[in-house]
Design a protein around this ligand. Structure first.
Ligand code: GZL
Length: 319
């Protein structure tokens, strides 16, 4: 903390001399990569939010590799940034590098995914309630299916990531009230369209050409869009023969809904950085510890919600 305040004092007097805003901070951002439309939007919005606040954002794309994130964080520490944002690709393996940031009194804020490290190693985490997201998806399917048997195939997110762990848990809770809904196959599609399509093709092959599959639950819309392509290539109708429920609410899933090829999605805001920068600003001013979790909203959208209108509204937002 002393370091951050010292840096601020130096910055303040330097800025006074140069007439630049005294508020300008330098923040490092270790982003996972660009695996999905939602991730691309989060990157765009984070840069916009930094720009709005006159924050000098140092951006590092890890291409899905934790070792690249750790390297980037060490680089930010060496540069003496005022704070670090991290979207942690997986939930474990962060203690050592976060201890190094703590030793340098550089606050770290987690974006969109949680980690299993001790809470004192980060200032706060800005994320959705991923268990709730999965539960909302499961409860939607229970309502949609009624009293029929329903074999579900699940496309999981990145193995070991908090959304993959939590969205699986939540969906299982959501369908628990109806024993006729069962998860027959579950495999990671790594949050990407390509892998989502590949894994869905293998599910279709393994399940009698797909006619026995009642629904796909995908941990994100990108994998759902990949699955939709695989279902169509197998000669089946996504959205009717096989129900499609997923999470993120990216524009393309609304396009699929409007075409009758997808059924439901749970919205995840790409703006985790706005709340993060606001908390950081307050913390650097009054040194008061913020809550360890800042929860973002999760809203269910279905084909009843004018999908083309939502598509038009979302498509320009950096996805
Ligand atoms: C969830 C976020 C996930 C998105 C995916 O909070 O980490 O990562 O749901 C993205 O689209 O790949």
């Amino acid at each position: 903390m002393k370091k951050a305040l010292a840096a601020l004092t130096v910055a303040f007097s330097a800025c006074l001399a140069s007439g630049v805003s005294a508020q300008s901070l330098t923040v490092g951002f270790s982003q996972i990569g660009s695996e999905s439309g939602w991730r691309a939007a989060e990157t765009t919005v984070t840069k916009q939010e930094a720009e709005k606040r006159g924050i000098d954002l140092k951006f590092a794309d890890a291409q899905q590799k934790q070792e690249n994130q750790i390297k980037a964080i060490r680089g930010f520490i060496a540069q003496g940034v005022d704070a670090i944002l991290v979207a942690p690709v997986v939930a474990t393996g962060w203690d050592a590098v976060l201890k190094e940031a703590k030793e340098e009194e550089i606050p770290v804020i987690l974006l969109d995914r949680q980690i299993e490290s001790p809470e004192d190693l980060y200032l706060t985490a800005v994320t959705s309630d991923q268990v709730h997201e999965g539960k909302v998806a499961g409860e939607w399917l229970v309502k949609e299916i009624g009293d029929k048997d329903c074999k579900v195939v699940e496309l999981q997110g990145t193995t070991g990531s908090s959304p993959a762990i939590n969205r699986k848990k939540g969906f299982e809770e959501g369908i628990a009230s109806n024993a006729k809904i069962t998860i027959a196959r579950s495999q990671t599609g790594d949050f990407t369209r390509t892998k989502g399509k590949e894994v869905m093709e293998s599910f279709i092959k393994a399940e009698g050409g797909g006619k026995d599959i009642c629904a796909v639950y995908a941990h994100n819309d990108d994998m759902a869009v990949g699955a939709i392509q695989a279902i169509k290539e197998a000669g089946l109708k996504p959205g009717t023969d096989i129900k499609i429920v997923s999470i993120d609410a990216v524009p393309d899933i609304f396009k699929a809904m409007a075409d009758g090829e997808a059924n439901a999605t749970v919205e995840l805001t790409p703006n985790m950085a706005g709340p993060a920068f606001d908390v950081l600003d307050a913390y650097l001013k009054d040194k008061k510890q913020p809550p360890k979790w800042i929860q973002t909203e999760s809203k269910l959208f279905t084909a009843a919600d004018d999908p083309m209108k939502v598509y038009e509204a979302k498509k320009g937002l950096g996805y």
